[in-house]
Design a protein around this ligand. Structure first.
Ligand code: GLY
Ligand code: MN
Ligand code: MN
Length: 473
């Protein structure tokens, strides 16, 4: 796909591609609602966020909309998209904002037809009549199955008049997930910008941390001060939202994997772990940096930091086409285990070699998560983690039990994944005290390229010495 396409042409190409995929699978009609609005408290909603699949195929982010793609014919020309959207309504638009409306939608979005969403229930039986199959996202929209059932009942009631009713229901997420897994140039351009904005936000937070600790602040430097810097930087560059709730974790809080930014005081001599990224034009970024709040690592912090950084480098080195999704995890885990044995986090006399620790799973005391996930419109993006079409094989699961699993997905150019090894040391018997309460994670977003991978988030330094230099500046 050419990066010079207008956005509406990009979405039209995606609708054509999914239409062809449905035709190849026997044809049918696809139904896709966007996300509902969600109340936060009385008269106040959560900020509205479209459904990712819906936006992927329309570029339309108003609530109260549905996309219907008819793909029953044999050729690309017979594929037809219809949008149902909120009708123009002066009274509502005064309160909630301008609506595109069905009259303007075809020209604006490059869609074949558009109607008011108020006519959806009335028109849907006609759209479903004489179709082979219905495709809609399974288990993602509350009550959708029941709604589709109701429409199919209406079609069935006309069977005696010669109408045919769809014979089968299919999960629309399946073909869409495969498409979304490999990013097109339009998506890659946005992901690069999102990564760069988020990297700038991490730089700002690091610099603010050391500057505020140097100059002093009444009441102390708190996690929420740094969260505010992140949000300021996201928004001032046009990012609409954080892609997920920011983690700003002082000292021991970093050992809580899903910690949120709270009000704990950050002190010089402590580490701060920030896991935060913006969402720009519907696309996420996901960065973690761990830095000394005052700008200088202690020897014990530095020892563990360098191990995590080496683990990330080992993972990056095997992030390239032909490798499997699990290979960066395996590479990082080996380096982390070597570090655990060298530093005495795991006693060699008790735990043996790297292979012994891999086998026993003892490393999970300090490293209990995977090294990455797909990333795209959703921070944990869609896409199978196993290779489609492959046969299940025996493999050990996280608890060491033998299970049958398909082999891990083979990486291809255009896939985007995070690389995020870490070490988390909770106080425990046998663990050297100097490491207690240290939590470190380093995370970057990698685009698989034909040659290897491009890190989209390296606008913020990662090497310990470079972080210290930045924080001195
Ligand atoms: N920030 C979410 C994650 O790293 O998976
Ligand atoms: Mn992540
Ligand atoms: Mn993250």
């Amino acid at each position: 796909m050419s990066p010079l396409l207008t956005p509406s042409a990009v979405y039209a190409q995606r609708r054509a591609a999914i239409g062809r995929a449905l035709q190849a699978a026997g044809g049918g009609v696809a139904l896709l609602p966007t996300a509902p609005e969600s109340p936060r408290n009385r008269d106040s909603d959560f900020p509205y966020r479209h459904d990712s699949y819906f936006y992927y195929l329309t570029g339309f982010s108003e609530p109260g909309a549905w996309l219907v793609i008819e793909a029953s014919g044999k050729n690309a020309q017979s594929i037809k998209s219809t949008l149902f959207c909120q009708p123009k309504d002066l009274e509502r638009e005064i309160w909630d904002g301008i609506r595109l409306g069905p009259e303007a939608a075809p020209a604006e979005l490059g869609i074949e037809a558009a109607f008011s969403v108020d006519t959806l229930a009335e028109k849907m039986p006609d759209l479903l009549a004489n179709q082979q199959a219905v495709w809609f996202p399974f288990a993602t929209h509350k009550g959708l199955e029941t709604t589709v059932d109701g429409w199919l009942n209406k079609v069935r009631a006309r069977v005696r008049l010669g109408t045919e009713c769809p014979q089968s229901l299919h999960d629309l997420c399946k073909p869409l997930d495969e498409m979304r897994l490999v990013k097109d140039p339009h998506e890659i351009a946005i992901l690069r910008r999102a990564g760069s904005i988020s990297a700038g936000a991490h730089v700002r937070a690091m610099q603010t941390s050391s500057a505020m600790l140097r100059s002093g602040i009444e009441g102390g430097l708190r996690e929420y001060h740094l969260e505010a810097e992140l949000l300021h930087e996201f928004r001032r560059h046009g990012a609409q939202f954080p892609a997920y709730t920011s983690i700003v974790a002082a000292g021991a809080n970093a050992c809580v994997l899903h910690y949120r930014a709270g009000n704990t005081e950050l002190k010089a001599g402590q580490l701060c772990l920030i896991d935060a990224g913006c969402e720009l034009d519907g696309y996420a970024s996901d960065i973690t940096r761990t830095f000394p709040a005052g700008g200088k690592f202690t020897p014990a912090q530095r020892l563990l930091y360098d191990i995590v950084q080496a683990a990330q480098e080992a993972a990056i080195a095997v992030t390239r086409p032909g490798q499997r999704f699990i290979d960066p995890h395996n590479a990082a885990t080996r380096v982390l285990i070597e570090g655990m044995l060298d530093t005495g986090l795991l006693a060699k006399a008790k735990h043996g070699s790297v292979d012994d620790v891999l086998e026993s799973g003892a490393y999970r005391q300090f490293y209990m998560h995977r090294t990455g996930h797909w990333m795209g419109m959703d921070v944990h993006d869609c896409g199978d983690y196993t290779e489609p079409g492959s046969e299940p094989q025996p493999e050990k699961d996280a608890l060491g039990q033998l299970v049958m699993r398909k082999p891990s997905r083979i990486l291809k150019p255009g896939m985007v994944l995070t690389i995020e090894p870490g070490l988390y040391v909770r106080p425990a018997k046998g663990v050297p005290k100097k490491f207690w309460d240290i939590g470190i994670r380093i995370e970057d977003d990698a685009l698989v390229t034909p040659e290897g991978c491009e890190l989209l988030t390296r606008g913020v330094p990662v090497k310990a010495g470079e972080i210290e230099a930045l924080m001195r500046g």
